[in-house]
Design a binder for this molecule. Structure first.
Ligand code: AR6
Length: 179
């Protein structure tokens, strides 16, 4: 799916967040200590090399809903924006915390004058946020924020599985048609 909303290109693809060669910034589904982990964090730290964990040390620990920005080192991007997304059923209110991650990530991107940013489906893996509950929050947050963006001109959602991509696209196509 590719659309232009308020002058910002929004696309969804199936892929690996560590291989977004045409994007200025990628978002990490971080842990509080800003260390490597599984899933998204594992892929990004592996590709970036040990400097990424070193760069995160001065911010750690971060709290849920918070985002910080570091260089991307050996990744094919300029920046990694690390969000501590909520653990479903533990960090409350989870919807608000998930929303805050997207708002803060976009804010960090704007501050660095980033033009393109790629998000994985944060919180919906190890942290257990049901994808179908997360999708409307992500869409509404992005629609709310998009009008205020000055530098970001391209937002990408990178879904790991075909079924996640399908779920995103069917909800978004329907919701955007109804606008
Ligand atoms: N590229 C894009 N998406 C991916 C990739 C990848 N390389 N690998 C997994 N996904 P998760 P969370 C998908 O668990 O739920 C970490 O270990 C995955 O299928 O990475 O926010 C951290 O250290 C799922 O749909 O993030 C934290 O402790 C989505 O990305 C914790 O897990 C998010 O999965 C964060 O958990």
């Amino acid at each position: 799916m590719k659309r232009t909303l308020e002058g910002v290109v929004v696309d969804t693809i199936q892929g690996d967040i560590a291989n977004q060669t045409d994007m200025d910034a990628v978002v990490n589904a971080a842990n509080a200590e800003l260390r490597t982990g599984g899933g998204v964090a594992g892929a990004l730290y592996k590709m970036a090399g040990p400097d990424l964990a070193e760069a995160g040390k001065r911010f750690a620990p971060i709290s849920p809903g918070k985002a910080v920005i570091t260089p991307a080192f050996k990744l094919p991007n300029d920046y990694v924006i690390h969000c501590l997304d909520p653990v479903y059923g533990r960090d409350k209110p989870e919807g608000e915390l998930l929303q805050r991650c997207y708002v803060e990530a976009l804010k960090q991107a704007e501050e660095k004058e980033v033009e393109s940013i790629a998000f994985p489906s944060i919180s919906t893996g190890a942290f257990g946020y049901p994808l179908k509950e997360a999708i409307p929050i992500v869409l509404n947050t992005v629609l709310n924020e998009i009008t205020g963006l000055k530098h970001v001109k391209h937002i990408r959602f990178v879904l790991f599985s075909k079924s996640d991509l399908k779920a995103y696209e069917s909800y978004w196509n329907k919701a955007l048609k109804e606008r």
